[in-house]
Design a protein around this ligand. Sequence first.
Ligand SMILES: [Zn+2]
Length: 524
Amino acid sequence: MNKRLTVRSIAVLLLLVLVSLETGAQEKLDFQMLDRIRNEGLVNSKITDLLIYLCDVYAPRLPDSPQYVQAGEWVVAKAKELGLANAAMEPYGTFGRSWELQKFYAAMTAPQYMPLIGYPKAWTPGTNGVLKGPAVLITARTVADLDKYKGKLKDAIVLIQGEQDLPISFDPMASRLLETDLQKLMLAPEPAVRRPVSPQMQDATARQQLQQATTKLLKAEGAGVVLEPGRGKFGTVFVSSGGSRMKNAEMPLPAIAVAAEQYNRIVRILQKDIPVTLEVEVQARFTADDLPGTNVVAELPGVDKKLKSEIVMLGGHFDTWHAGTGATDDGAGCAVAFEALRILKALGVQPRRTIRMALWDAEEQGFVGSRGYVANHFYDRAKKEKKPEYDKLAAYFNFDNGSGKIRGIYAQGNSAVVPIFEDWLEPVRDLGAATVTLRNTGGTDHLPFDAVGLPGFQFIQDSLEYGTLTHHSNMDVYDHLSRPDLIQAATIMAWFVYNAAMREEKLPRKYFDAGAPAPARGGN
Ligand SMILES: [Zn+2]
């Protein structure tokens, strides 16, 4: 046997052992602290109180509205009371104009009386006093069909769509991820392929053109208010914005989303050529044109001489839509982040790195608050300018997929964090959180971090009634929160943030190309 070869084989073997150690489980975890976090989070939870203040008292919160500011001041005061540091409403730039609903009433008064379940769309103006009159149903199929309405729409109460199809639902309202769903989530998605333009897409374009022409006509004719069928059923109305926050944007017509069942009733009566009389009043107020936008922040300061200037962040978004109170979107995330910080503070945790909570403004308008924050603190994409804190951020953890508990985490294409998260989740598997997927997820405030190469993550959550009932609807209220789920989530959030604050190194980052195009800006 060649002696040299043997030495070489031993060296190779050693290297293999080292490599496997390098990639296998290796996180140093403080199990005593985990037990304490579990006890404080699961047994002594204070999240209910936070949820009542955030989802009943100080809600809804359209960005930078008076309600938003009141709520922010409450969080700052509460954070100070808990002994947290640097609690503040931190400006990030200009938001634009906010909007506030002050009064709304709508009813069918003939042929029968029926009070309407409806919600003015945000950023649409009030009506010119109380409007009473016949409902006018627009039945145009083409842009040319619109001509017959000319001269007949002044101050009219207009219905712009026909009867909506409301098929019986056989699917359950609420759902949790099954083991098979989680298994699937761990595998890479099928590569996307480009599809040719389908006939449906061409139809959609024609529909859009008709819609634009209708809006233009209604404005030109001075229509009084527009009624639309709200998406949803069972009296649930999904409603968001009908106008713009930008100060010089054109003012839209007053617009109301009406519960589909009631909207359909009005349409069917009109189609029998029986007149329907409606009564509508909206009072709404646009606030100052150039409001400064603010995020809400608070900290548990780090104590390690070397590491305290580094930061671990956690959060959700503080702004909501207005028909409900934004309980699951994203009062839940704000409460989870705040409760996680409370747990650590109550345990007297002295983190090595500073732990910073941020509750973001204007996520629904396209991550306006978190994008502003990232540009100010970390990396300004527009100027391609790196800020001092860029090298200091260990990780950002976001919670914004409703009220469902944490089932795992999206590693956002960052292979190096997968084994780390797997180690952190191992001792909380019994709470139902065990899955790490390399997949990306979109639609939440971790994206502006991810877009500049910072490690920003969103958890995998059970959807419960998020997609079916609460997301952007009038039913997004306290009663559709699942408190046991949120108690679990705050406990795991505290554990994640604790680990990120205590480990030797910041979380590994993925490759960042400063020249790559900016990501999509949709809110969730
Ligand atoms: Zn959201």
